[in-house]
Design a protein around this ligand. Structure first.
Ligand SMILES: [Zn+2]
Length: 306
């Protein structure tokens, strides 16, 4: 069954593609929001394979300006032009990407038939966007260049009314107040919200952390998330290389997931030097059992729970 909040993995490789793997890109559907996080070269081919229309995208979030995270963007935007997209597109990315898009458009004589709202990512953590049901946040990672992680957070859902705690003639016009968490007076009796309603389900969340060295400063931003994606470019024996290139290992990713008390962890952004990814999973699971390997085309549903 399809979830109304799910993540599709488009690419899993770090730095360069291989003949079987693709570069960074995650598609997140959060009810009516269609969000692409990172857009490595080949992302639009992967979207075609996964039957995700570029025309649906409402937001594109780019973590940093290393090519393996955004070189697919110009091609994707160009396809949207050819497909006669009309609806606005919000791009949140490091400052400079707007200049890159503009110079490509200038020399290719592209005139975008849809509004692109470019939002440069601020230095300090903030809420980038929100509506009644969702908010998108960013926070700093620790990489060789300016690099940001993202959190997509569901707002608390309406409270569930316990009908058997209310009299038969309780006016239904008061239900919205109860669903919003307010107390209500009826026939001179106070109905306290916590006594006549219950939590419908816990708000869900998805955090995306790539690229970064082991960096405990991110933990407050990703505490208790339902699903965490954390890069794992290297295995534990190559931790010195991870340190010197500002990347993480499977052990680092799992330790962050454990310390942040996340429910599930996806690891990805694997260096193409490793032909067998089993060791990544084994190392991470020894610390954080709910670890999953990123695989191109795989969909992770984020289900409601109490
Ligand atoms: Zn990078």
């Amino acid at each position: 069954m399809n979830s109304d909040f799910e993540v599709t993995i488009l690419g899993t490789s770090a730095a360069t593609p291989s003949k079987d793997t693709w570069l960074s890109g995650h598609y997140v559907r959060a009810k009516n929001l269609h969000i692409l996080i990172d857009c490595g070269e080949g992302t639009q081919f992967q979207m075609l394979r996964c039957e995700i229309s570029p025309l649906k995208l409402t937001h594109i979030l780019i973590t940093h300006l290393h090519g393996d995270h955004y070189f697919g963007l110009i091609g994707l935007l160009s396809s949207m032009c050819l497909q006669r997209r009309e609806q606005p597109l919000h791009i949140f990315a490091p400052s400079g990407l707007d200049e890159i898009i503009t110079i490509h458009a200038k020399h290719s004589h592209i005139i975008f038939p849809f509004p692109i709202h470019f939002h440069p990512l601020p230095d300090s953590p903030s809420i980038l966007w929100e509506d009644e049901e969702w908010s998108i946040h960013h926070f700093s990672l620790n990489h060789r260049i300016f690099c940001q992680g993202f959190l997509i957070q569901e707002k608390p859902p309406k409270r569930k009314i316990l009908r058997d705690k209310l009299p038969q003639d309780f006016p239904f016009q008061q239900f919205p107040l109860l669903q919003e968490g307010k107390d209500v007076v009826f026939n001179d009796i106070l109905y306290k919200n916590e006594e006549v309603t219950t939590t419908a389900y816990l708000p869900r969340s998805y955090a995306y952390c790539s690229d970064t060295s082991y960096f405990e400063e991110i933990i407050p931003f990703i505490q208790n998330v339902s699903l965490l994606y954390h890069e794992s470019t290297f295995i534990d024996k190559d931790s010195e290389t991870a340190f010197s290139t500002y990347h993480s290992t499977s052990v680092h990713a799992a330790t962050i997931a454990q310390k942040a008390n996340t429910k599930h962890l996806i690891i990805g952004h694997f260096s193409t030097r490793y032909k067998d990814l089993t060791i990544f999973l084994e190392e991470a699971k020894s610390i954080f059992p709910n670890t999953h390997l990123a695989e191109s085309g795989k969909v992770f549903g984020i289900e409601k729970s109490i």
